[in-house]
Structures are given as structure tokens and as C-alpha cells.
Design a protein around this ligand. Structure first.
Ligand SMILES: Nc1nc2c(c(=O)[nH]1)N[C@H]1C(S)=C(S)[C@@H](COP(=O)(O)OP(=O)(O)OC[C@H]3O[C@@H](n4cnc5c(=O)[nH]c(N)nc54)[C@H](O)[C@@H]3O)O[C@H]1N2
Ligand SMILES: Nc1nc2c(c(=O)[nH]1)N[C@H]1C(S)=C(S)[C@@H](COP(=O)(O)OP(=O)(O)OC[C@H]3O[C@@H](n4cnc5c(=O)[nH]c(N)nc54)[C@H](O)[C@@H]3O)O[C@H]1N2
Ligand code: SF4
Ligand SMILES: [Mo]
Length: 693
């Protein structure tokens, strides 16, 4: 299908920020003869310095894709029927009013996906403001299985959420991260530091491009990272290469930690992690003695474990023992743009699902993250407990492929009276919907990107600018404003459009829309907070770094990181007899974002089908050759895909990417059991078996 395109900017170059993945690279959009002609990287943007990854390069193919749906639709007996936005808003508001009257506002839930969380902090806040006014606390998002685990762990340990300042580091540990695929701007910044002489340690079950460049590569067994960290701490303490002054003045629990790590000598840790003891020693020495040093804790590979919280705590503790907190090249925070508050939490009726089981996921010392634990939703839908949920709005997400245990998710969604999905494309999730709402791409909306400091240690603000309109697609923000108006919430949603809302949000910052427009590549804002703790201490109950966490102890969790086998670990239990291979899922591919972009020809050509990576020794035993069709099975289900035989993967381990409809790895994963503190599911260390297909 060809779309009607309305270009809103004059001929010339528009500076904006790409949003086809989380990082927000600076982008220039060339307009010529009233047409959007091409995109290229913005050389003046500090994050990507002119480079776009293959997804960014394909931005116009995404926006103009013939597969895109750019008009609202409702489901009728005969199939989808095209409708107007007014009709769509009327259907939805009537449904919401009816549900609230009959079951209460909590019976309406919203599931938010990655693209909305990325859209600058405004879109998600306005969406949740709508939910606050309507009265439902049941906002869920992919943050229940992405990233927040380590935010909570770092806050519990350090009282804040710092990031690794790779640009200034002399020693960098890339731990469970393959940035060449998942974060190209970060990969470039790491390489730049290495070229300037920084040392590199890479910890991964797969020999990634980073691993190939590393001084030291620790090929770790998935799910045993906490033991590896404890082994490194053992060496650092035993060899007395920790920072005595920092530990004495600024930490609590060191003596007990010393006795915990005494149980993790490298020879024992080798048996748990499959990393040779001498490499553990070498890594510990390098990390502790070359300063400044930082650990890049991937974005997820250490979080998506049934011990996710302990992995992230161990990383934070390693930074603290070596006095690499609040320093350039270590772990650092930066000032953010403090915008006007948008949420109206006082109107929320009650707490979302999941708070009972995972109170720290919801709140740490009065800091509310304010969102339910999404992983409890499928079971709540199926059981109708603690109360029925009747309608679901899926905002920029594809849970049928991206949440664990897809079969359960599908069954759970079948219990709903009503599902609305706002998306760019028809997805397996949208196929279940009663109402489809067409979303705008990042080129079709105006929004604020102020997350560079939080994600990249570059305090910077960019305005993402609306370049064009495509068909009848709306930005998510425009949709939530319009729904609020249809429901009569005008007084609490007084903004005419995105720009007015952003102007309101920006009021306390001293920045104006004009400032942002006049600096098309973005504006530096604030600074990195060097030595912050020396003035303010740490925002923990003790005012210090909590090696020992009283909060975790009081709630019945491990107060120190300890090695616990993954739920399906090969070293314990019977399952390994039937399922002898370790399965890690979801390693990123630079051409795709989760389940997205398989329909974009230029990208699909680069990776036409999904593969399971397997070591030649395991493939040989099974009589499998590269390219063969095989079946991967776990206790939950099986999928069929091709084998990619490679000696880059640790023997005994296989890797299957997520997001492929034809071989959906989440048919093999489960939402339970989960990390006991955060509810994060274990997606990186399961057990499976493989046979020829
Ligand atoms: N192109 C692209 N980029 C993306 C995304 C995408 O879908 N596509 N998704 C974005 C999002 S939302 C996220 S959360 C991030 C994810 O980002 P990351 O979680 O950093 O994912 P990867 O970069 O694939 O790196 C994960 C690495 O961890 C390794 N690994 C697997 N299991 C274990 C383990 O148990 N221990 C250790 N030490 N390593 C392990 C894998 O082999 C892999 O090389 O990527 C973001 N960027
Ligand atoms: N097994 C396994 N599963 C995983 C992971 C793993 O490593 N292993 N990783 C997990 C992680 S970290 C994450 S973050 C989740 C991601 O989970 P999701 O957020 O569900 O991932 P996507 O497939 O990117 O789905 C986003 C949807 O939004 C649509 N979209 C894109 N832009 C917009 C927009 O601006 N507005 C609207 N309304 N829609 C838009 C896209 O077309 C797409 O259908 O997946 C998780 N699932
Ligand atoms: S890494 Fe690629 S997809 Fe992500 S923001 Fe940059 S150019 Fe866009
Ligand atoms: Mo994620």
C-alpha cells in the first residue's frame, strides 16, 4: 500500500534524533522538492558523530513501508474494517466508561512497549496521566523484564543509578553486552577508548566482536555471573588491591562481605562458571589496579535471570571496592532536565498488580517506580485473581512474541473482553485486537529526548522534530490527548498539541522550544556529577554504599550477593538429564529491534531467517551441520529453525534470538519462576535439547 505523505518542513535539512532503537542517534533528514529524500547521521551530534546503523539508514523504508497500516480499523465478523479516528475514539471511550461502571477502573490495563519508553519522558508520562485520571493503577511495561532490575540493584547499593563512563575509562569491562549489535554508538566509544590505550575485559558466553578485541576474554557459563563477580572480589580482597580508604569511609558490611567472598576462591569459581581460575585472577587484578575503570553491564543479559538482582548488586560492589564511583571513567550520574511533573498519582485507585509479590519492584525507599510487575499479568488474567481485568490497551508492544511463555500470554489475552493495539504494523498481538490504531514513526512527531545523560553519560537534550505526516497515523501523544478529550478530561489535559505539552514540561528547565529549535543538533545540559558523594553521601539508609543490604535482609532476601544456580541450572536438579544444553535467548542483531523490521527488505536481506547458535562439538555429537533445520525443545515447547554452527559459542551453550514469529523462542521460556526481588524472568540460562528437524 502507498501512503499519503504530507511533508511539514521546508526544503533543506531537518535535525532530529533516530528512535528505531533505544539510543537516539542524531539524524539529518534531507527534504527536496517537497519530498523527504533521505536520512543521514548528524556529524554534530555527540552520541553518534554522523554514523547511523543499518536500522537508522533504513528509517524511510520503515516510515513508507507498504506493510504499514496508517488508518484506524475495527474488527468485524468479516474481518478488519477501516474507520475514522472519531469512530475509533468513540468506540474506545464507550468501552472504558462501560468497564469502569461495571468492574471499576482497575479492570482496564495498559501494556507499554519499548518504543513508548524510548519516546523521551513525555509520552509515557502523559499516557500514565491518562490512566491516573481514569483511575487504573494497572500500567505495565517491558520494564518488568528490561533494565529496571539493575536500576533497583544500583539504588539499593549506591542510592542512585549511575552509568559506565567508557569515554574516560582506562579499563573497561564489557559484561554480557554485544554493543556492536545492540548499541553501536557505545561500541564506537569503547573502541575509541581502547585505541587510546584503555584495557578491555569481555565477559560473555559468546566470542563477540568486543571479545575479539579484548585483552582478556572470560567465556562464562550463562547464569553464573554472580559467582564470577564473587571470585573477582575474592582476589581483590585476598590480594589487598581494594581501596582501603573508600571502603572504610564509605561502605557498610565490608567485614561480612570478606567472609562471604572467602567462600569463592577462583578454583571453586572455575567449577561454577567454567572460566579458568587464572583468568579470574587476571581479570580481578586488571580491573582493580588500572584506574579509572568501569563495568558496562550490558543492557539486560545479567538482569534476565532468576538471580538478576544479585548480579547487578555484585557489579555495583565491584565498582565500590575499587573506588570507581562518581569519577570520570568510572560509574557516574549526570544532571537531568527536571521537567514539570506530569503524573497525577494521587488520583490512582490503589496499587497495580504485582506489588504484593514484588514490593521493591514498585518502590525503593519512597521512590515510586509506580508500575505493576507485568510478569504477573498473564496469570492474573487466567485466574481472574485478585480481580478481573476486562480490557487491555497495548501501546507499542508485541507481547505475543516478546513476553515469556507466549502460549500462556495468548491464552491470557483470550480471556479479555476487549483489546486495543496501537502500532505501526499488523503484529501477532494486533491480530488479537478488536481495535487497531495507527501510530506515527519518530519522523512524524515532536518530542523531547533528554535521556543522553542517563544512558550515555552525555548530558544533552535534543528535540525530535515532526518532519511529516503519513496517512492517518497519529503520534501516541496525540492519541492520548484526543482520548482524554473524548472522555471529557479537558481540564486535566489542557494542551492543544505536542508542542504545547512540551513547552509546559520544559517550564522549570529554563530551556525553551525556541532554544531547542535554534540548536538543531541538540543542547548540552548540566554536567557529569564528579565526587557527588563527597558532598552528599549516598542516598541509602546508611548514607554509604551498602555492600550489606539491611533492606534486602529485612524483606527476607540475600543481604549479600551469593551464587544461586539459575532455576534450570545444569549443576543442580534432574532437568539436565533430559535437557542437557544451556539455552540463552535474545542476543541482539543490529538489523532488528526485538520483533520489529522483519518486513523491511533491506534489513531482512541481511538476516533472512533465525538461527540457533551451537558449538561444533555439540553439533557433531548430534549429527547436525551448519544450515540444517533443527528442533530446539524445552520443558515448555519446541520450535524449528536452522543451526548456525560456530566455535564462537561456549561448548554446552546454545543461543536463540527472540522476536521471530516463525521460530518464537518465547514458546520455550517461562514467566515463572522469577528473580524473587524484582520478578524478572529468567531468559538467559534455561535448559534445552536439540535434534535434527
Ligand atoms: N539491534 C538491536 N539493538 C537493541 C535491541 C534490539 O532488539 N536490537 N534491544 C534494545 C534493548 S530493549 C535492550 S534491553 C538491549 C539489550 O542489550 P544487551 O542485553 O546488552 O544485549 P546484547 O548486546 O545482545 O548482549 C547480550 C550478550 O550477553 C551474552 N549473554 C547471554 N547470556 C549471558 C549470561 O548469562 N551472562 C553473560 N555474562 N553474558 C550473557 C550474549 O551472548 C550477548 O553477547 O539492546 C537494545 N538494543
Ligand atoms: N526471550 C527473550 N524475550 C525478550 C528479550 C530477550 O532478551 N529474550 N528481551 C526483552 C526486552 S529487554 C524487551 S525491552 C522486550 C521488548 O518488547 P516489545 O516492546 O514488545 O518489543 P517490540 O517487538 O520492539 O515491539 C514494539 C512494537 O511497537 C511498534 N512500534 C514501533 N514504534 C512505535 C511507536 O512509536 N508507537 C507505537 N504505538 N508503536 C510503535 C512496533 O511495530 C512493534 O510492534 O522484549 C523482551 N523479550
Ligand atoms: S543505533 Fe541505529 S537504530 Fe539505534 S538510534 Fe542509532 S541509528 Fe537509530
Ligand atoms: Mo529491553
Amino acid at each position: 500500500m502507498r501512503h499519503e505523505v504530507k511533508v511539514l518542513q521546508p526544503d533543506g535539512v531537518v535535525h532530529t534524533a533516530c528512535e528505531l532503537c533505544p539510543w537516539g542517534c542524531g539524524m539529518e533528514v534531507q527534504i527536496k522538492g517537497g519530498k523527504v529524500e533521505r536520512v543521514r547521521g548528524d556529524k554534530g551530534h555527540p552520541l553518534n558523530e554522523g554514523v547511523l546503523c543499518p536500522k537508522g539508514v533504513s528509517a524511510l523504508e520503515v516510515a513508507f513501508s507498504p506493510h504499514r497500516i496508517t488508518h484506524p480499523m475495527k474488527r468485524e465478523k468479516e474481518g478488519w474494517k477501516r474507520i475514522s479516528w472519531d469512530e475509533a475514539l468513540d468506540i474506545l471511550s464507550a468501552k472504558l466508561i462501560d468497564i469502569k461502571e461495571r468492574f471499576g477502573p482497575q479492570a482496564f490495563a495498559v501494556a507499554i512497549g519499548m518504543p513508548i519508553l524510548l519516546g523521551g519522558n513525555t509520552t509515557v508520562s502523559f499516557l500514565r496521566r491518562f490512566c491516573d485520571i481514569y483511575g487504573t493503577p494497572n500500567c505495565f511495561s517491558v520494564e518488568s523484564l528490561c533494565y529496571r532490575c539493575r536500576i533497583i540493584a544500583y539504588i539499593l547499593t549506591l542510592g542512585k543509578f549511575p552509568v559506565a563512563d567508557v569515554a574516560n575509562a582506562r579499563c573497561i569491562v564489557v559484561w554480557g553486552n554485544n554493543p556492536h549489535h545492540s548499541n553501536p554508538p557505545l561500541a564506537r566509544r569503547i573502541i575509541k577508548s581502547i585505541d587510546k590505550g584503555a584495557r578491555l575485559i569481555c565477559i560473555d558466553p559468546r566470542r563477540t566482536e568486543m571479545a575479539k578485541r579484548a585483552d582478556l576474554f572470560l567465556q562464562v557459563r550463562p547464569g553464573s555471573d554472580c559467582a564470577l563477580a564473587l571470585g573477582m572480589m575474592h582476589v581483590i580482597v585476598e590480594e589487598d588491591i581494594f581501596d582501603h580508604e573508600f571502603v572504610r569511609e564509605w561502605t557498610v558490611g565490608f567485614d561480612e562481605l570478606r567472609s562471604v567472598v572467602a567462600n569463592y576462591p577462583p578454583e571453586r569459581v572455575e567449577k561454577i562458571t567454567w572460566v579458568p581460575a587464572d583468568k579470574i585472577r587476571e581479570a580481578a587484578r586488571l580491573f582493580a589496579t588500572v584506574k579509572p575503570a568501569c563495568i558496562v553491564q550490558g543492557t539486560n543479559a545479567l538482569d534476565q535471570h532468576t538471580v538478576g538482582i544479585q548480579n547487578a548488586r555484585a557489579v555495583a560492589i565491584l565498582q565500590a571496592l575499587t573506588d570507581n564511583i562518581d569519577n570520570l571513567g568510572g560509574f557516574i550520574t549526570s544532571s537531568r532536565v527536571h521537567i514539570n511533573p506530569i503524573r497525577l498519582t494521587e488520583r490512582m485507585s490503589g496499587e497495580p498488580l504485582g506489588v504484593d509479590q514484588y514490593p521493591l519492584f514498585y518502590e525503593v525507599w519512597g521512590r515510586s517506580f509506580g508500575e505493576g510487575q507485568t510478569m504477573v499479568l498473564p496469570d492474573a488474567l487466567l485466574s481472574g485473581q485478585p480481580y478481573p481485568i476486562k480490557a487491555l490497551f497495548v501501546a507499542a508492544s508485541n507481547p505475543l512474541l516478546t513476553w515469556p511463555n507466549s502460549q500462556k500470554v495468548k491464552k491470557a489475552f483470550e480471556t479479555l473482553d476487549f483489546i486495543a493495539v496501537m502500532d505501526l504494523f499488523m503484529t501477532p498481538t494486533a491480530e488479537m485486537a478488536h481495535l487497531f490504531l495507527p501510530a506515527a514513526t519518530f519522523l512524524e512527531r515532536t518530542e523531547l529526548c533528554d535521556y543522553y545523560g542517563t544512558l550515555h553519560a552525555i548530558p544533552y537534550v535534543t528535540l525530535r522534530k515532526k518532519v511529516m505526516e503519513v496517512g492517518k497515523a497519529w503520534s501516541d501523544l496525540r492519541f492520548w490527548f484526543s482520548l482524554a478529550r473524548t472522555m471529557g478530561y479537558d481540564e486535566l489535559f489542557p494542551w492543544e498539541d505536542e508542542e504545547e505539552a512540551i513547552r509546559y514540561a520544559l517550564e522549570p528547565t529554563g530551556l525553551s522550544m525556541q532554544d531547542l529549535y535554534e540548536h538543531p543538533g541538540g543542547v548540552p545540559f548540566g554536567k557529569l556529577r564528579v565526587d557527588q558523594y563527597k558532598q552528599k553521601g549516598f542516598a541509602t539508609p546508611s548514607g554509604k554504599v551498602e555492600l550489606y543490604s539491611q533492606t534486602l535482609k529485612e524483606m527476607g532476601y540475600d543481604p549479600f550477593p551469593m551464587h544461586r544456580e539459575p532455576f534450570e541450572g545444569p549443576l543442580e536438579g534432574e532437568l539436565v538429564k533430559e535437557y542437557p544444553l544451556i539455552l540463552t535467548t535474545g542476543a541482539r542483531d543490529v538489523h532488528f529491534l526485538h520483533s520489529e523490521f522483519r518486513q523491511i527488505e533491506r534489513l531482512r536481506k541481511k538476516r533472512p531467517h533465525p538461527t540457533v547458535q551451537i558449538h561444533p562439538s555439540n553439533a557433531g555429537d548430534l549429527g547436525i551441520e551448519d544450515g540444517d533445520v533443527v528442533v530446539v525443545e524445552t520443558r515448555l515447547g519446541s520450535i524449528q529453525l536452522r543451526a548456525e554452527v560456530t566455535d564462537d559459542i561456549l561448548p554446552g551453550v546454545v543461543q536463540v534470538p527472540h522476536g521471530w514469529e516463525e521460530a518464537n523462542v518465547n514458546l520455550l521460556t517461562d514467566n515463572r519462576p522469577a528473580d524473587p526481588v524484582t520478578g524478572f524472568p529468567g531468559l538467559k540460562a534455561l535448559l534445552c535439547r536439540i535434534r535434527a528437524g
